[in-house]
Design a protein around this ligand. Structure first.
Ligand code: HEC
Ligand code: HEC
Ligand code: HEC
Ligand code: HEC
Ligand code: HEC
Length: 284
C-alpha cells in the first residue's frame, strides 16, 4: 500500500516536472530557425490555442518566408469578416464617410482595414501587399520588443511597443505628409494643384522617375492610374496622411539628375529596403 502511494507521488511529481519543463522550454523557445509545421501550413485545425499562439510562423525567421495561405489557414477572419452595416449606436456605415474617404479614388462599401489593403479592386490593381509586408513578427506575451535575452531585440523595426507592426516602416510609406517644401510647391497640393494642371507628372515625368520598383507595388499600374487621376498618386503621398511627418523615401538616381545633392537628401538611402527589392530579372 505504502509503496504504491509512494510510486503514485513520484509519478505525479514526474508528470508535473515534465509539464513544467515543457512549459519552461516553451517560454524559452530556442530562437533558432524553426520550420513551419505541416499542420500550420495546411490548416489551423487540431491545434490548441496556446501552441497556435506560439506558432513559429509568428516569429523570425519563419515569418519572412510565410505565405499568405499559411497565415490564412488560421486567420481567415481577417479577410472574411466585413464591417457592420449599422454601428451598435445606430450609425449606418454607408452614410458615414471619413475625411480620408473623400478622395475621388475611394470606391465601394465600407470595408475592414485588411480587406481595403488586400482585396478591394484598387488594392489589387496598385498594390501587392502580403501578410508579412506589414507583419514581421510580434511578442504575444509582453507585446513589446526587448523583453528578454531570447526575445526580439529592442532595436527591432519588426514591431513596436503594444503593436503587431512597426508603423514607421510600413504605414508611413503610404500615409505620410506630402513633402511639398522639397518639391518647391508654392502651397500644399490641394491649393497648388491647379497651377500644375492637377497632375504630379507635370514634374514627375522627368524627376525621380525611377520609382515604385518594389515587390509590394505594381509600378506600371500606378503610373497608368496616376496619369488619369492625380488623386491616385496623392492618395499615397499625402492624401491619407495619418502622420504629421513625411516618409524619408529612398532617392533613386534618375536620368539628368542634378549633380548637387540637396541638404535634405544627404542621409537618404539610394535604394529601396532590401527585403522589398525586385529580383534582378524583374527590374526594368
Ligand atoms: C496555427 C495557427 C496560426 C498560424 C499559422 C498563424 N497564426 Fe497568428 N495567431 C494564432 C493564434 C491562436 C493567435 C492568438 C490569438 C489570441 O490569443 O487572441 C494569433 C495571433 C496573431 C496576431 C495578434 C497577436 C497579438 O499580439 O494580439 C497576429 C498579428 C497574427 N497572429 C498574425 C499572423 C500572421 C501574419 C501569420 C502568418 C505569418 C500567422 N499569424 C499565422 C494562430 C495562428
Ligand atoms: C498594410 C499592413 C498589413 C497587412 C498587409 C496585413 N496586416 Fe494584419 N494587421 C495590421 C495592423 C496594423 C494590425 C493591428 C495591429 C495592432 O493592433 O497593433 C493587424 C492585425 C492583425 C491581426 C490581429 C487581429 C486583428 O484583426 O486585429 C491578425 C490576426 C492579422 N493582422 C493577420 C494578418 C494576415 C493573416 C494578413 C495577410 C492575409 C495580414 N494581417 C496583412 C497590418 C497589416
Ligand atoms: C503600400 C501602400 C500602403 C501601406 C504600406 C499602407 N496603406 Fe493604408 N491605404 C493605402 C491605400 C492605397 C488606401 C486607400 C484604399 C482605397 O481607398 O480603396 C489605404 C487606406 C487606408 C485606410 C482607410 C480605409 C478605408 O476603408 O477608408 C486606413 C485606415 C489605412 N489605410 C491604414 C493603414 C495602416 C494603419 C497601415 C500600416 C499598418 C497602412 N494603412 C499601410 C495604402 C497603403
Ligand atoms: C513643381 C513640380 C512638382 C510637382 C507638381 C510634384 N512634385 Fe513631387 N517632387 C518634386 C521635386 C523637385 C522633388 C525632389 C526631387 C529631388 O529628389 O531632388 C519631388 C519629390 C517627390 C517625392 C519624394 C519625396 C522624398 O522625400 O524623397 C515624392 C514621393 C513626390 N515628389 C510625389 C509627388 C506627388 C504624389 C505629386 C502630386 C500629388 C507631386 N510629387 C507633385 C517636384 C514636384
Ligand atoms: C499605393 C501607394 C502609392 C501610389 C499610388 C503612388 N506611390 Fe509613389 N511611392 C509609394 C511608396 C511606398 C514609395 C517608396 C518605394 C520604395 O521604398 O522604393 C514611393 C516612392 C515614390 C517616389 C520616390 C522615388 C524614388 O526616388 O525612389 C516618387 C517620386 C513617387 N513615389 C511619386 C509618385 C507618383 C508621381 C505617383 C502617381 C503616378 C505615385 N507616387 C503613386 C507609394 C505610392
Amino acid at each position: 500500500m505504502r509503496t504504491h502511494r509512494t510510486s503514485m507521488v513520484i509519478l505525479a511529481i514526474a508528470v508535473a516536472a515534465t509539464a513544467a519543463g515543457a512549459w519552461i522550454g516553451w517560454q524559452m523557445r530556442d530562437p533558432q530557425p524553426a520550420t513551419p509545421s505541416p499542420v500550420a501550413a495546411s490548416s489551423g485545425e487540431g491545434r490548441d490555442h496556446w501552441r497556435a499562439t506560439y506558432d513559429p510562423l509568428h516569429f523570425k525567421p519563419a515569418i519572412d518566408t510565410a505565405t499568405d495561405a499559411q497565415c490564412l489557414a488560421c486567420h481567415r477572419e481577417v479577410l472574411d469578416d466585413t464591417v457592420r452595416e449599422t454601428s451598435p449606436a445606430g450609425v449606418r456605415a454607408a452614410a458615414s464617410k471619413a475625411w480620408y474617404q473623400q478622395l475621388s479614388t475611394y470606391q465601394g462599401a465600407q470595408e475592414t482595414f485588411h480587406r481595403r489593403h488586400l482585396l478591394t479592386p484598387m488594392a489589387r490593381e496598385l498594390m501587392n501587399l502580403r501578410c508579412n509586408t506589414c507583419h514581421q513578427g510580434h511578442d504575444p506575451r509582453e507585446e513589446a520588443p526587448g523583453s528578454s535575452a531570447t526575445s526580439t531585440p529592442q532595436a527591432t523595426t519588426d514591431f513596436t511597443l503594444r503593436k503587431q507592426v512597426d508603423v514607421e516602416t510600413t504605414c508611413l510609406k503610404c500615409h505620410g505628409q506630402m513633402n511639398a517644401a522639397i518639391m518647391g510647391l508654392p502651397a500644399p497640393w490641394p491649393a497648388s494643384k491647379a497651377v500644375f494642371g492637377d497632375s504630379c507628372l507635370t514634374c514627375h515625368a522627368a524627376i525621380r522617375t525611377r520609382r515604385h520598383q518594389v515587390t509590394y507595388l505594381n509600378a506600371a499600374a500606378i503610373e497608368a492610374a496616376g496619369q488619369q487621376n492625380a488623386d491616385t498618386c496623392y492618395g499615397c503621398h499625402g492624401g491619407r496622411a495619418w502622420y504629421g511627418m513625411s516618409y524619408p523615401y529612398p532617392r533613386h538616381a534618375w536620368a539628368d539628375m542634378p549633380a548637387d545633392l540637396p541638404d535634405w537628401a544627404k542621409d537618404r538611402p539610394t535604394q529601396s529596403e532590401a527585403r522589398f527589392q525586385l529580383p534582378a530579372s524583374a527590374r526594368p
